[in-house]
Design a protein. Structure first.
Length: 222
């Protein structure tokens, strides 16, 4: 996922950023309320993790403004228990879920995954195409039940392609979702991951096709 993290607490923000990046997600960390809307409109995001108490702007007002501006990515609110006076109002304003401090970082990641599945109409953490199956929670992939040895980015790349089975995913979008904002990357890096994935999928009845000048598509072999 490509995640916008809004948290002014340095220690908590650093811990969340590290956890999400280690899990293979791309993270942009914003610490000031005034920077949230410009950041949200500058890049496409899959989800937002938003603290309610921020410098210069309060999180509740930001949620309302983002939704007014047609920002549709799911928003997970991070808040202290004392700040949740009316959970219904929070959700009615446009938040999709909330997490009360202190929390386990594993739960944060799991809730973000669940939000993404919900917005994509997917109920389970397991997805598949042909004889290839991915466990999104466990970060495991298997062909006919036999586990594949995939690197972190290889798994994320495969996850994105499988989620759009039969549809071409643009190279630019793949690069945006695979690599962090502060990394300098080239198309060659993406092509290298694609090449490695193709070799590891030789036993599968699915393939990664190339649409020249556009991107890649996962489909069942004919």
């Amino acid at each position: 996922m490509r995640i916008l993290l809004v948290e002014d607490n340095e220690d908590l923000g650093e811990a969340i950023e590290k956890r999400l990046r280690t899990a293979g997600h791309s993270v942009e960390w914003v610490k000031d309320g005034d920077d949230v809307v410009p950041a949200a409109e500058a890049e496409p995001f899959d989800a937002v993790a938003l603290d309610l108490m921020l410098p210069n702007r309060d999180g509740i007002g930001l949620i309302a403004e983002l939704r007014k501006r047609k920002f549709n990515a799911p928003i997970l609110v991070i808040t202290a228990r004392s700040e949740i006076d009316d959970k219904v109002s929070l959700l009615d304003l446009g938040a999709d879920d909330y997490l009360v401090k202190p929390f386990d970082l594993r739960e944060l990641e799991a809730r973000l995954r669940a939000l993404l599945r919900r917005t994509g109409g997917q109920a389970s953490s397991t997805v598949g195409v042909g004889n290839l199956e991915l466990d999104l929670a466990g970060l495991n992939a298997a062909v006919d039940g036999k586990a594949l040895e995939l690197g972190r980015r290889e798994f994320r790349l495969l996850e994105i392609l499988v989620a759009h089975e039969g549809k071409v995913v643009a190279k630019e979008r793949l690069m945006n979702q695979l690599f962090n904002f502060d990394e300098t990357v080239s198309v060659n890096a993406l092509e290298l991951h694609i090449s490695r994935l193709r070799k590891k999928l030789e036993a599968a009845n699915v393939e990664i096709g190339t649409v020249r000048g556009v991107g890649y598509v996962v489909r069942v072999r004919e």
